[in-house]
Design a protein. Structure first.
Length: 69
């Protein structure tokens, strides 16, 4: 799972803009945003660069956090 949709909303960025920057179709970017398709790792890094953020902030961790107390 990825957090691309959340990040785009938080930054006020449209999917069309991201698709143009990536050189991918709107439909492909929309499938990433809707979590229907997961981008290849190289594409995920490119998205992180475009959005000026760490790639790990674009993915949902597969590890459950341990709560103290």
């Amino acid at each position: 799972m990825n957090r691309i949709k959340e990040v785009l909303i938080a930054k006020g960025i449209k999917q069309v803009w991201l698709s143009e920057k990536l050189g991918k179709s709107y439909n492909m970017v929309n499938s990433y945003v809707q979590n229907r398709t997961q981008p290849r790792l190289e594409v995920l890094y490119e998205i992180a660069d475009i959005l000026d953020m760490d790639v790990k902030d674009l993915v949902v961790s597969n590890k459950k956090q341990i709560q103290n107390g």
